[in-house]
Design a protein around this ligand. Structure first.
Ligand code: COA
Length: 256
C-alpha cells in the first residue's frame, strides 16, 4: 500500500517500523477531509498488520508537523454534503487511540489544533527545538473535536490544559517538555534519528508483551487503582497462559 494516498506517505521498513508522513507541506500539513479519509485507511491497515511493531508519525516540509484543521476547507465548505457527512462520521480518533502498536510522534515547527490532537493520540512524543504548540480553536469560535479537550488534560493536567485551550497561548518545545506534553526536546537534525532509535528499541522487544503493556497502561488510566490492578493481572495471565499454551502446542507437535 506504499504511497497510495493523496495527503500521506506510508512506508514500512523490514524491521517492522512504519512511517506515516503528513504530506501537504504547501498548507503546513493542515488536516482536511481527504487527510481524514487517508488516515482512516492507513490506521486500519496498521491495526491489521502484525508485521508493524511501532509507528512514527511526522510532517513533511520545513515549517510544520501540522497547522491544524484546513481553514480554507473549514471556511468555504461549512455545510457538507451527505456523502461528506458520512465520511465525517468515521471515527478516526477512536481508531487512532485503539491501535495496538506503540505510536511515536516526531514533532517539528507548528503543532497546532488537530496537530496536537494527533500527537496526543500517540504514546510517545518527541519535539524538535523549533516546535510551537497551540490550540487556536477558541479564536475560531469552536472547540477541539479530535479528542483534545479530553486527551490534553489527561496528559498535562487540568489547569495547564485550560490555559492553553482558553487563552490560546502557544508554547515552545522546551515549555512543552516542562508541561510533560512531550517526552524529549532535541535539535531539529536529531528529531528523526531519536524517534527511529526509540521505535527500534520497541521493535526489538517481544511484540505481544509490548501490546499488552500498552493496553494495560491506556485502559488502566480510565480505571480506579484497584480495577487497574485487576486489569494488569488479567492481561498478565492472558499473556503468560497464551505462552504456556503455545509451549504445550509446540511440544505436542514435536512429540507427535
Ligand atoms: N489551513 C489551510 N492552510 C493553511 C493553514 C491551515 N490551518 N495554516 C497555514 N496554511 C497555509 C497558508 O494559507 C499558506 O498558504 P499559501 O502559501 O498558499 O498562502 C501556507 O500554509 C503557509 O502559511 P503562512 O501563514 O504563510 O506561514 P506563516 O509562517 O506566516 O504562519 C502560522 C504560520 C501557522 C502561524 C499561520 O499559517 C497560521 O496561523 N495558520 C492557521 C493556524 C490555525 O488557526 N489552525 C486552525 C486550528 S483549529
Amino acid at each position: 500500500m506504499d504511497n497510495a494516498f493523496k495527503t500521506l506517505i506510508y512506508e514500512k521498513t523490514e524491521e517492522g517500523i512504519a512511517y506515516v508522513t503528513l504530506n501537504r507541506p504547501g498548507a503546513l500539513n493542515a488536516y482536511n477531509i481527504q487527510m481524514r479519509d487517508d488516515l482512516y485507511e492507513v490506521l486500519r491497515a496498521i491495526r491489521d498488520d502484525d508485521e508493524v511493531r511501532a509507528v512514527i508519525f511526522k510532517g513533511s516540509g520545513e515549517k510544520a508537523f501540522c497547522a491544524g484543521a484546513d481553514l480554507e476547507e473549514f471556511l468555504t465548505a461549512p455545510s457538507p454534503t451527505v456523502a461528506r457527512r458520512v465520511r465525517f462520521d468515521r471515527d478516526v480518533w477512536g481508531l487512532f487511540l485503539s491501535l495496538p502498536q506503540p505510536l511515536i510522534a516526531a514533532l517539528h515547527g507548528y503543532v497546532l489544533g488537530s496537530g496536537i490532537e494527533m500527537a496526543l493520540c500517540c504514546d510517545i512524543r518527541i519535539a524538535s527545538d523549533d516546535s510551537k504548540f497551540g490550540l487556536p480553536e477558541m479564536g475560531l469560535g469552536i472547540i477541539p473535536a479530535a479528542g483534545g479537550t479530553q486527551t490534553l488534560p489527561r496528559t498535562i493536567g487540568r489547569s495547564r490544559a485550560m490555559e492553553m485551550l482558553l487563552t490560546n497561548r502557544w508554547i515552545s518545545g522546551e515549555e512543552a517538555y516542562l508541561f510533560q506534553l512531550v517526552n524529549r526536546v532535541v535539535p531539529r537534525d536529531q528529531l528523526l534519528p531519536t524517534a527511529r532509535d526509540m521505535a527500534r528499541r520497541i521493535a526489538s522487544q517481544d511484540p505481544k508483551a509490548v501490546r499488552f503493556a500498552k493496553e494495560a497502561v491506556n485502559r488502566g488510566l480510565d480505571l480506579s487503582l484497584s480495577e487497574g490492578l485487576r486489569l494488569e493481572r488479567a492481561l498478565f495471565l492472558r499473556l503468560t497462559r497464551g505462552r504456556n499454551q503455545e509451549g504445550t502446542d509446540h511440544r505436542t507437535t514435536r512429540e507427535a
